[in-house]
Design a protein around this ligand. Structure first.
Ligand code: TXA
Ligand code: MG
Length: 323
């Protein structure tokens, strides 16, 4: 693989990125949630390159990114509930897991051979411009080595994947900062597979019914919901009461008195704002990791467990999981 190009998100950069994707290459691009690592979803060879670049297990399927509902409906079967959610929240940070159409034209490998498919219409203008140019569904997981912290800037992408991918489109930091909310509608009640950038409460409100919870732990409902994920190099623990003196503190809201003795202190949102905390989460985890150094320790304050807070706590629990 040649050196990874860093492209501006102007017409020339988008044309270049689309040409690389169309030719079967790997291009990282911004979405409103995190940067994705794209390959054309109808090309098994291109999709296989994603798994190789990330070191991702092949049982873990990918999300197909499309420009609009019409394109999504060529890949997946939409029932009335799925149409309602798409109308309410697309483009935006919602992924739907739906029955895969027999004539979907996406590589089996992208769906890990499942009868279902994950589809999403991102809101980021650069992602939308790229998808419109490519004209086929683009398979894209988060653009990080498997199991590590997701990227919210082009620099994060290059830290993990430089030399392993063809290009990254650099459009600055992602606004939402945590991945899309994943909802499965495959017959039976809607299931929340992953809390994310769209609060689950908003989904439930449109459906008029609460979401069923996916099982967690060793046998996850979404194959990618492994216990250990988003892992920094340092050891991380959830610390509602504050840090020990040798820990890097990552707070939320006003710091407890014990934070004064921490080795370093960072804060997701001193004013206690969940939107701000989500937007900065992955960048601050990376900063805390760098400050802690090899073998170091990070203490994080959990956030209130509603709205975006659920997605943030989910990422923190996985970052803290034994590995
Ligand atoms: O915000 C996002 O969703 C970002 C941006 C780039 O769009 N993408 C992302 O992709 O987070 P990834 O691969 O890191 O996470 C996709 C998740 C995995 O947990 C995977 O197991 C699940 O979606 N998934 C994909 N297809 C599925 C399917 N058919 N059934 C159940 N889970 C599925
Ligand atoms: Mg990921």
């Amino acid at each position: 693989m040649p050196t990874t190009l860093c492209l501006d998100p102007d017409d020339a950069g988008l044309d270049r990125a689309a040409a690389l994707l169309s030719g079967g290459g790997l291009v990282a691009f911004p979405t409103e949630t995190v940067y994705g690592l794209g390959a054309r979803g109808d090309d098994a060879r291109a999709v296989a390159l994603i798994f190789a670049a990330k070191g991702r297990p092949r049982f873990n399927p990918l999300i197909l990114h499309v420009p609009d509902l019409a394109a999504a409906a060529r890949v997946a079967v939409f029932d009335a509930d799925a149409r309602r959610l798409a109308a309410a929240f697309w483009p935006g940070p919602l992924t739907l897991v739906l029955p895969r159409r027999a004539d979907a034209g996406v590589a089996d490998l992208a769906c890990a051979g499942l009868a279902t498919v994950a589809v999403r219409v991102p809101a980021h203008p650069v992602a939308r411009a790229l998808l419109a140019r490519v004209g086929v569904p683009v398979a894209a997981p988060s653009a990080n080595p498997s199991g590590r912290i997701s990227p919210t800037t082009a620099a994060h992408v290059l830290e993990g994947l430089s030399g392993h991918i063809d290009a990254v489109l650099d459009a600055g930091p992602c606004a939402v900062g945590v991945e899309s909310t994943i909802v499965a509608l495959t017959g039976g009640p809607a299931v929340l597979l992953r809390p994310g950038g769209l609060p689950a409460e908003a989904v439930a409100q449109v459906l008029g019914a609460p979401l069923a919870q996916a099982a967690t732990g060793a046998t996850p409902a979404a194959p990618g919901m492994l216990a250990s994920h988003y892992a920094p190099d340092a050891r991380l623990r959830l610390a509602p009461d504050g840090p020990a003196p040798d820990e890097v503190w990552l707070g939320f809201g006003p710091d407890p008195a014990t934070a004064a003795q921490a080795a370093h202190r960072l804060n997701l949102s001193p004013g206690g704002d969940l939107t701000q905390a989500a937007a900065g989460l992955f960048a601050l985890l990376r900063r805390a990791d760098a400050l802690a150094g090899p073998g170091g320790r990070i203490a994080v304050r959990p956030v209130p467990d509603d709205g975006l807070g659920r997605a943030i706590n989910d990422r923190l629990v996985r970052a803290a999981a034994p590995r």
